[in-house]
Design a protein around this ligand. Structure first.
Ligand SMILES: *Cc1c(COP(=O)(O)O)cnc(C)c1O
Length: 386
């Protein structure tokens, strides 16, 4: 073993399931069925069972999952161009690209610094303010960023009572859950809102060996619209109800994902153990640790620390052979694609832009996917003497 600590090593990640992946790939190759077959159907049923409710539509990737959700709401008349849609200001750009693609009006709200997801109080205030200005909010995208649930049962209920659609970007949080404070029931992220998008990009907690994603919803007719849109808009072969897309998941990827889904509990437990170890070892006055939140099952897609001296810390770690990453280094507001005169622009609720820019300058993700206890100890020691 070299001294270098990788941020994430996919070969290492796959080592424990290598034989199962090979076996499943062989099964699909020999089956002669590569699209819309038994593997995608089985994966959809297995993921729905994991979530505990609803139907799952396997799709091409996480971005397409969000696009399909918004397009399906547009087709069903629940959204129309110009409608305002809330999203957290510090999210990955893929949460927001489909909002602007469909000429919806993105209103970015400041994140909550304990969950790094939406500040739900600020979101509710933004809903009230948008209504007073005469452009009411029609949908909200909550992002369970870094694998931490971002949900407020009371605020979510009030928003839904106003007819606001709640869409979950669950790309980073498969397997996460939280307890309802009143009923004590456990709810999985991806089964909380009206519809949820999943990504199985290779580095996600369940990764395909290529691109894949899914849409989950408890609304069966909405699921049928998504399924049709992902298959040329066709509800019946050669009969097209919508001007659709090709956003299908391959059988081969579904077979890989079925293996990964079976191992999700161990993968989650290992990530949780690594996060606990980091949190017990790192102690530095300038470094803020991510919180472990009561009542929540966090799945630690990323272990993100925060420090005003981020770039120095990152350099110090790199010089010692520890690879880190930044999620995300450039705020949405500073992206070139949202700075073109006459092009799509992002609206910011109070405080959203400043906080998004502060986070972009201060967050640092430590190796979590494949780090060993020794590697975590070494990383913590370097941070503590920084
Ligand atoms: C990865 C990711 C996406 C996009 O998923 P792809 O499968 O890469 O298209 C969307 N939102 C978030 C928060 C993500 O992390």
């Amino acid at each position: 073993m070299s001294d270098h600590i990788p941020f994430l090593d996919l070969t290492l990640l796959h080592a424990p399931v290598r034989e199962e992946l090979h076996e499943s790939a062989r099964r699909v190759i020999d089956s002669g069925i590569y699209i819309n077959g038994p593997e995608t159907a089985a994966f959809a049923a297995e993921l729905a069972a994991t979530l505990g409710s609803g139907s799952v539509v396997p799709v091409s990737n996480g971005l397409d999952a969000i696009r399909l959700i918004l397009r399906a709401y547009i087709e069903s008349g629940r959204l129309k161009p110009g409608d305002t849609v809330i999203a957290p200001a510090n999210t990955y750009i893929a949460s927001v690209l489909p909002i602007t693609e469909f000429d919806l009006n993105p209103l970015l709200v400041r994140p909550d610094l304990t969950t790094y997801g939406l500040d739900w109080q600020a979101a509710e205030e933004a809903v009230g303010e948008a209504e007073r200005r005469g452009n009411p909010v029609k949908a909200l995208v909550t992002v369970h960023l870094y694998g931490t649930p971002s949900w407020d049962f009371e605020v979510a209920d009030r928003l839904r009572d106003r007819g606001i659609l709640i869409i979950e970007d669950n790309a980073q949080a498969i397997g996460a859950s939280l307890t309802h404070p009143a009923t004590g029931e456990r709810h999985h992220t991806g089964a909380l809102g009206d519809a949820a998008a999943f990504s199985f990009y290779p580095t996600k907690n369940i990764g395909a060996l290529g691109d894949a994603g899914a849409v989950a919803t408890t609304d069966a007719s909405f699921a049928a619209t998504v399924r049709a849109l992902a298959n040329y808009g066709s509800t019946q072969r050669y009969h097209n109800d919508f001007i659709g897309y090709n956003c299908r998941m391959d059988e081969l990827q579904a077979a890989m994902l079925r293996v990964k889904l079976r191992h999700l509990p161990e993968v989650t437990a290992a990530r949780q153990a690594r996060a606990r170890l980091y949190s017990s070892l790192i102690s530095h006055p300038d470094v803020t640790l991510p919180p472990e939140l009561p009542g929540m099952e966090q799945v630690w897609h990323q272990y993100v620390v925060r420090t005003p001296r981020r770039d120095d810390l990152r350099r110090t770690l790199a010089e010692a052979g520890v690879a880190t990453d930044i999620h995300y280094p450039l705020s949405l507001f500073s992206q070139k694609c949202y700075s073109n005169p006459g092009g799509a622009t992002l609206q910011a609720a109070p405080g959203a832009r400043a906080l998004a820019e502060k986070l972009a300058a201060e967050v640092l993700s430590l190796p979590i996917a494949t780090a060993t206890p020794e590697e975590i100890e070494k990383t913590a020691t370097i941070i503590n003497s920084f």
